[in-house]
Design a protein. Structure first.
Length: 176
């Protein structure tokens, strides 16, 4: 074995040792997520891509719906969940990364009929009404803000949005 081959082998051994060390550090803090049949879980949902509100960035959107009961374990990291009739278009087997443990079976629920979920677990957020209006005056221009009531949210979750943003993203609503 010549010197160049020896150097390559030494570098490979150092890289493998570094990878093994990093893996052992990561494994110490990583706990596999497991659920038992009969447990209740929340299912992760997300807003439609491209629908983003000024200054809020997914702050108010519900991230999970449920809770729903686990019917059975499918493989190492998937679970079949008992979904209501409203979600019959959604495949009922979920990866653990899409589930969140329900610590207690609550009396209150995040109901799905309030949210129009698509089969890929996304929903669209739309403005419903303007609750208030104000202007911010600078030296060069006047910026108009509207307090917007959003679908899937109550009045307490209304946000202030610029007129320019609303005209750009929600043209049809602004024309009404």
């Amino acid at each position: 074995m010549n010197e160049a081959e020896q150097q390559v082998r030494t570098i490979q051994q150092h890289l493998e040792a570094a990878q093994a060390r990093q893996k052992s550090y990561a494994d110490k803090t990583r706990n596999p997520i497991e659920f038992a049949v009969g447990n209740h879980v929340y299912i992760k949902v997300s807003p439609m891509k491209g629908v983003q509100r000024f200054g809020v960035k997914r702050k108010l959107e519900p991230r999970y719906v449920g809770p729903y009961r686990i019917l059975e374990k499918k493989g190492n990291i998937a679970y079949k969940v008992q979904l209501p009739i409203e979600l019959r278009a959604i495949f009922s087997v979920f990866d653990v990364s899409q589930l969140k443990k329900c610590l207690r079976v609550p009396e209150e629920r995040v109901e799905v009929w309030d949210i129009e979920l698509k089969s890929d677990l996304v929903y669209e957020e739309k403005p419903i009404a303007f609750l208030d209006c104000k202007e911010w005056v600078t030296r060069n221009r006047v910026v108009k803000f509207y307090k917007v009531l959003w679908s899937n949210h109550g009045e307490e979750d209304a946000t202030w949005e610029t007129e320019d943003y609303l005209k750009e993203v929600y043209k049809t609503f602004f024309e009404n």
